[in-house]
Design a protein around this ligand. Structure first.
Ligand SMILES: C[S@@+](CC[C@H](N)C(=O)[O-])C[C@H]1O[C@@H](n2cnc3c(N)ncnc32)[C@H](O)[C@@H]1O
Length: 267
């Protein structure tokens, strides 16, 4: 399956900021509770974007873990490198890697392979997760997070009401519990599915619409089925704003729950 997916850095950073501002729970805390990364570990982050999880693991280990963040977006890697220069962590490096190609690392190199909202977009799951398995040391863990099918239900319901159109299955969430879990289970051992729920409460319509706009690159399949060109896009956003305003006036708030799955497995 070929999935063209290119995140834009502004969209990704806007969504991260909105999750952090209006979310009830902290996904980073969940992440480190699950993994408990320790000093001396060699960690590979696949699809690191602007480096969020790399900086998290670095802070959690007091800069004592050896962290490699990889991505195929030069724009996002640029952001990550900029932030690294400001922070000065000597234990993190960032580099280009397309997870649809052979990983440029030796066998049995890493103590932990983490991939947040990224690797599940792989074109050939078997190939990519076989590569992930190859570069991990025996007994060490893989942790992959992504959306579960019940993720962001309110977001999709508002879009459905605004457009009177069915929502196509999202490539991430529709595959996560099925194909992706099964592929990992067939290659790794001790595979388990964990769940993290985070209600995001928007105190006004405007930040919700900001989130809707910032989901364009993530939910590309949804969006491209609904408009052609800038004018149609703005007309669609207008309709979504009307529905969201009606919901907000009815309920006094807009609550969208992020439902995240974490697949944890060992080599
Ligand atoms: C939703 S972002 C998540 C980024 C980061 N892990 C975070 O949580 O902030 C998905 C990332 O996957 C990257 N990505 C998508 N396809 C890729 C590929 N074939 N190879 C490497 N990275 C890819 C994107 O560039 C983007 O940085």
């Amino acid at each position: 399956m070929e999935i063209n997916y290119q995140e834009t850095s502004n969209d990704l950073l806007t969504r991260i900021r909105i999750h952090e501002t209006y979310g009830a729970r902290n996904i980073d805390q969940w992440n480190t509770e699950v993994l408990n990364p320790t000093a001396g570990m060699k960690i590979l982050d696949v699809g690191c974007g602007a480096g969020k999880q790399c900086f998290l693991y670095s802070d959690f280990t007091n800069r004592q873990a050896d962290i490699t963040g990889t991505d195929f977006s030069d724009e996002l890697l640029g952001k990550a490198i900029e932030k690294l220069a400001l922070r000065g962590d000597k234990n993190i490096k960032f580099g280009f890697m397309d997870f649809n190609k052979r990983f440029d690392f030796e066998d049995n190199s890493f103590d932990l392979l983490s991939s947040a909202f990224a690797i599940y977009y792989a074109a050939d799951l078997k190939f990519t997760f076989t590569e992930a398995h190859r570069v991990l040391k025996p007994g060490r863990r893989l942790f992959v997070t992504g959306p579960l099918p019940e993720n962001k239900q309110m977001f999709y319901e508002i879009i459905k009401e605004a457009t009177s159109q069915p929502i196509p299955p999202m490539p991430g969430s529709s595959r996560f519990k099925g194909d992706i879990y099964q592929t990992i289970e067939s290659i790794f051992t001790k595979t388990e599915l964990l769940k993290f729920e985070n209600p995001i409460t928007f105190p006004a319509v405007e930040p919700f619409i900001e989130y809707v706009r910032a989901s364009l690159s993530e939910d590309r399949k949804l969006w491209t089925s609904m408009f052609n060109g800038k004018d149609e896009y703005e007309a669609l956003i207008g309709k979504i704003t009307d529905v969201a305003t009606r919901w907000f006036n009815r309920d006094g708030k807009l609550v969208m729950t992020k439902v995240v799955g974490g697949i944890l497995a060992a080599k």
